[in-house]
Ligand binder design. Sequence first.
Ligand code: SF4
Length: 501
Amino acid sequence: MKSTPVTTRVSRKFKEFEAYTTSIPEYTLLPFRFHRISNKKEVIVNEIGDFLVVPAGTTARIVAREIKAGNSEDQELYADLTANFFISGNSVPNLIDVLATRYRTKKSFLDFFTSLHIFVISLRCEHTCHYCQVSRVTSDKSKYDMSIPHIDAGIAMMMKSPNPHVTMEFQGGEALLAFESIIYAVEKTKVEAEKHHKEVTYVICTNLAPLTDEMLQYCHENGILISTSLDGPAFIHNKNRHKPNANSHQLAVDGIEKCRQIIGAEHISALVTTTKLSLEYPHEIVDEYVRLGFKNIFLRPISPYGFATRSKDKNKYETGKFLEFYKKALTRIIQYNIDGYFIREDYASIILKKMLTPFPVGYVDLQSPAGLINSVIVFNYDGAVYASDESRMLAEMNDFTSQLGQLGENTYEEIFYGEKALALSDVMTNESLPGCSECAFQTYCGADPVFNHTTQGDLYGHRPTSSFCQRNMEIMRYLIELMDDNKEIEKIFRNWITGRS
Ligand code: SF4
């Protein structure tokens, strides 16, 4: 008797995940990157900037799934890795929503779009600083001051920003030489801001030399902040910031004192620009800030723009030299804090805030997507609109790559969403830039296509030879190393970001 053949139905359904693995890993890796900070240690940094310093070789062990929760030597590390979102016992971590919320918070500086609106109110200046980045001119007020129609158009554009809180910053040249234009712009903005429900912060960047009591009184009445430059003691400041037939340092020191009296110490801040000469005097520069009673100091390298590029012997130095200077100055600043005098270094504080807090930091030079357009826009004295302060400095060198349009001619949409803006947006996130995409410090760093273009002739840039990258990578590594080596320093750093003295 013939038997009836049995037909088995073949299922085309996917099997469960386990069917495709030989063994189930003890944990799932969450996105993180690592960097060797010394021969013995490496730092691992997760997607939201939390970091752990671990013995060298730990990353390899994590990836090879060698960290065992049940192993007594690994227990603490396993718990730290889990608590800080480096690994998860489940394939999709229970706390994924918390991770997503923290990521959104870190990027929330993007929520409202452009905040800082720089008005180059005049290109005229009475100083002849050899490192001047804006290539000042001394004559012809009508040609080099911002015209009323351009001021009006700039204010109208600022009012179109979706951001409810905007900053109007007056720069030069020397902005105070066009103080009447500043008064006009502030008065007009006050009226417009009320109509558009905007809160406006006003800042004047000035060398303080033309400052009068009347100007300060106006600043006081209108809550205008003053930002100035002080490069250190007189012998450095006067060499860097030369004013014909005058003592620029004394004028700055007197101006700072006057500002403190009339508008209040918290409304005046100063920046250091580091020239080749400055590199030799890190202690003297810090000491001068302490002598003048400052509670903060911002150590900046020279920018590769404007006149700065024309006096190469005075202004060109290797990034390594700046880093040496920076570390010596930072050590001096830390020592002052240990000795009981609170003073913080601003650049380190910006990075530390990114490392040690869940909050966003809207510092335009260390932002991804980049600060240009998203956070800052520049209206030049002649009505040209630039993507950043550096872009207009570049234009002074006849390079108009990041000129976005012209006040009075182009609409808000043409400027902020036009072809130039879109081209820049291709290269403004370090998450997708070669080199940065796998860098441990990506969350703390930023993208700067204009800097790349200026120094390397290419908006994408080449990280291994980039001075921006070299400087930031080493400062970030150094700050982590300092905190790991010395808990007293970590405490000082935490005080810097909370402002606790
Ligand atoms: S610029 Fe350098 S330090 Fe910054 S994220 Fe890119 S690779 Fe890292």
